[in-house]
Design a protein around this ligand. Structure first.
Ligand SMILES: [Zn+2]
Length: 277
């Protein structure tokens, strides 16, 4: 596959926009209809794929970033399989999971490592280049295990929105602190918090109870990928009218809100009022 494919052709919804990139560089965001036409049968879960053959034990999950992503994905699946029917009366279907290096072809176009983690609604798949994790340092956060898992849970949060039929409301071409783009991103952070709240529930939980320090590392990661922090660190001005993901404070608060409550109603930034908890 040729590297250096135009990022402009990639249609995705990510963790943050690239340094120096403007929302229009990311391209037009596809509505949720395309995703719904996709056959579920074409989507393979991470656990059935050969690329994760070396991930056999919890120890592997603690040792290798890609295994950690796989286990995080399984843990997030586990939480939403229970929660989504209960609180939103929706059936949960697992998204696809792809870990790539350098570049990959996604249902939303060619993605490079510089794209950052993203969710593609067209093929209902979350894409991760684990090299991205080392960039957390660049933004002032620690590359801690729970920080990595927060990123996985955030992208899966977009999958929940896809299932809810709300993901298509996001449009990076219409940024701003009160924009739908920001609301959708903050809700994905809040959904990640919900996962963290429930990740150690039950006897079959994949995660040990989360310590305060681990929770703090996830909150720090949410803060690090705030638009104001990224604008500042990339030498630009803080421009709330250009925000697509929310400020550091908003993102940290959104994660915390889901983490403390553990329910979807606390993440209802779109004001839908449809959740029971
Ligand atoms: Zn996102």
């Amino acid at each position: 596959m040729a590297a250096g494919g135009g990022i402009g052709t990639v249609v995705l919804i990510g963790l943050f926009l690239l340094l120096g990139g403007s929302p229009s560089d990311i391209g037009q965001f596809l509505g949720s209809d395309q995703g719904q036409e996709q056959s579920q049968g074409e989507i393979t879960g991470g656990d059935s794929s050969d690329e994760f053959a070396h991930c056999r034990t919890a120890e592997d999950g603690n040792k290798y970033d890609d295994c950690r992503v796989m286990y995080a994905a399984q843990s997030v699946d586990q939480v939403w399989e229970t929660l989504l029917p209960r609180e939103a009366s929706l059936q949960y279907t697992k998204p696809g999971l792809v870990i790539f290096h350098d570049s990959t072809q996604s249902g939303c176009g060619i993605a490079s490592g510089a794209t950052g983690p993203f969710y593609c609604p067209t093929d209902q798949t979350a894409y991760f280049d684990t090299a991205f994790f080392s960039q957390l340092h660049q933004f002032g956060a620690e590359d801690a295990p729970l920080a990595q898992m927060y990123i996985v849970a955030h992208e899966f949060g977009h999958h929940i929105q896809q299932l809810e039929g709300t993901l298509g409301l996001s449009n990076y071409n219409e940024p701003g602190e009160d924009s739908n783009a920001v609301k959708i991103e903050l809700q994905a952070d809040c959904y990640a918090g919900i996962w963290a709240h429930h990740a150690d529930d039950g006897a079959d939980a994949l995660l040990d109870p989360i310590t305060d320090q681990q929770a703090r590392s996830a909150i720090d990661a949410a803060r690090a990928v705030g638009d104001d922090n990224i604008q500042e660190r990339s030498g630009g001005q803080v421009r709330p009218d250009q925000w697509t993901h929310g400020s550091s404070e908003q993102r940290a608060q959104a994660f915390l809100s889901g983490y403390q409550s553990g329910n979807m109603a606390s993440c209802d930034f779109l004001g839908r009022g449809v959740y029971s908890s």
